[in-house]
Design a protein around this ligand. Structure first.
Ligand code: SF4
Ligand code: ZN
Ligand code: ZN
Length: 357
C-alpha cells in the first residue's frame, strides 16, 4: 500500500493519527494545528493583553512543559507581548518532586524564562512527606491541593504577575465535569468549565489547554523531544477522580469526541441563581490574610490540625468538634506568614529567582 499523504497539506507523508479527529497527518501539520487551536482558545477568551506578566505553573510534567513551550512559541509568533515566568511548587515529596524540579530547572535554561520555586516547607513548615506520615495516604491530596493553591498565589504575588496559567487539559476538565455530576455538586459544575477564574482579591488563573487532549499533549512532547518528567506521585492520587478517569478513557476509546462533548455539556448547563449563591462571600483569613470564605482559610485550618496532632479536624465535623473541645489554638501555634497581595503597592516581598547556572 502506498504511504498515505497528510489530510491537511496533501503533500507530506502522514505519520500519525490525530487522537482528537482521527485524521492521518504529517508531523509539521500536527504541530501547527495543535498550536493554532491553543492560540484560538487564547484569542477567543481574550486571556491576555500586551505587557501582562504571566506565570506558568510548572511541575516538570508533560502538561506544564508543553504549556511552557507552546506559550513561548505563540508569544513570539503572534507578538502577544507577554513577560513569561516559570513558577514551581516543591511539595516536599522525596523521589518525586525533587527529581521533577530538576526537569523544571533544565526547562528554565531551555526556554530562557526566570524561575521561582516555593516550597510547602518554607510557607507552611510541613513537607508532604511529613504530612503523609501524620495523616496517612487517605486525604493527603486534600492537604496538597489546598496548600498548592495558596502556594501558587503567594509565588505569583511575589513575582508581581497578573496571571497564572496552568496545564489543565481537556481530559482533566471533562473528568471534573463527571465528578461534579456524580457528587451532585451543581455549583461547582457551573464553574468547572470556565477557562478563567478570578475573584476580587485573587490573581487571575486560566487554562489555555482547556480543549487540548491529553493524548495530543503527550504526542506533541514526544515529537518535539521535549524534556519532561513522567513519573506519577508516590502518594496515590484522588481515588474518586480515578473512577472518573477510567470511565472517560472508556468513552474516548468508543468515541474520541466524548471529551469535548462532555466539556460542551458542562458549559451549556444553566445553573440557577440560588444555586450559584450557595458560594459564600469572600473575606480575608484572620490568621494569614489569604482570601477565605470563613474566619480562617482552609490552609490555616488544615495547618492547625496538623500542628495540634489532629489532622482530621479540617476534614470531618466530628474531628473538628474534638479539636474545638480542647480549647482555642495556643498562642505559640506555628502559622503561615501573612499574605501580601502584589496589587497593593509596596507590600510585596522581594523576588528571589533561581538564576541560570
Ligand atoms: Fe499532591 Fe496528591 Fe498530587 Fe501527590 S497525587 S502531588 S499528594 S495532590
Ligand atoms: Zn501535512
Ligand atoms: Zn489563613
Amino acid at each position: 500500500m502506498p504511504p498515505r499523504t497528510c489530510a491537511l497539506c496533501n503533500d507530506a507523508r502522514a505519520i500519525l493519527k490525530r487522537p482528537k479527529t482521527g485524521q492521518q497527518i504529517c508531523k509539521d501539520c500536527f504541530f501547527w494545528v495543535f498550536e493554532t487551536e491553543v492560540h484560538n482558545t487564547i484569542v477567543e477568551a481574550g486571556l491576555f493583553k500586551p505587557g501582562d506578566r504571566v506565570a506558568i505553573g510548572a511541575s516538570g510534567g508533560k502538561d506544564s512543559t508543553v504549556l511552557a513551550h507552546v506559550m513561548k512559541t505563540l508569544n513570539d509568533r503572534y507578538d502577544y507581548g507577554l513577560e513569561l515566568f516559570l513558577l514551581s511548587i516543591d511539595e516536599g515529596i522525596t523521589g518525586y518532586r525533587d527529581d521533577s524540579l530538576e526537569t523544571v530547572k533544565r526547562n528554565q535554561q531551555q526556554y530562557d524564562m526566570p524561575l521561582k520555586i516555593l516550597s510547602y516547607d518554607e510557607i507552611f513548615g510541613w513537607t508532604m512527606d511529613a504530612i503523609v506520615s501524620q495523616v496517612g495516604k487517605k486525604n493527603n491530596c486534600t492537604f496538597c491541593g489546598v496548600f498548592r493553591r495558596q502556594a501558587l498565589d503567594r509565588g505569583a504575588a511575589s513575582l508581581h504577575v497578573d496571571h497564572i496559567v496552568t496545564g489543565h487539559n481537556a481530559d482533566d476538565i471533562a473528568e471534573t465535569v463527571l465528578m461534579n455530576i456524580m457528587r451532585g455538586d451543581i455549583a461547582r459544575l457551573g464553574r468547572c468549565t470556565m477557562i478563567c477564574t478570578q475573584g476580587e482579591d485573587t490573581i487571575k488563573r486560566s487554562k489555555p489547554f482547556k480543549y487540548a487532549y491529553e493524548k495530543e499533549i503527550v504526542m506533541y512532547a514526544y515529537f518535539k523531544k521535549l524534556d519532561y518528567f513522567s513519573t506519577e506521585c508516590i502518594y496515590s492520587p484522588d481515588a474518586y477522580r480515578g473512577h472518573a478517569r477510567a470511565f472517560l478513557k472508556d468513552l474516548e476509546a468508543a468515541r474520541p469526541s466524548a471529551i469535548i462533548d462532555i466539556i460542551h455539556s458542562g458549559e451549556a448547563f444553566e445553573v440557577r441563581e440560588e444555586v450559584k449563591a450557595t458560594q459564600k462571600s469572600q473575606q480575608t483569613c484572620k490568621r494569614c490574610g489569604y482570601m477565605s470564605s470563613n474566619d480562617l482559610c482552609k490552609a490555616c485550618t488544615l495547618l492547625e490540625g496538623l500542628e495540634r496532632g489532629m489532622a482530621q479536624a479540617a476534614i470531618t465535623d466530628r474531628a473538628r468538634k474534638r479539636l474545638d473541645a480542647e480549647g482555642p489554638a495556643p498562642d505559640n501555634l506555628r502559622t503561615i506568614p501573612f499574605f501580601q497581595n502584589s496589587t497593593t503597592p509596596g507590600t510585596s516581598t522581594p523576588v528571589a529567582l533561581e538564576t541560570p547556572s
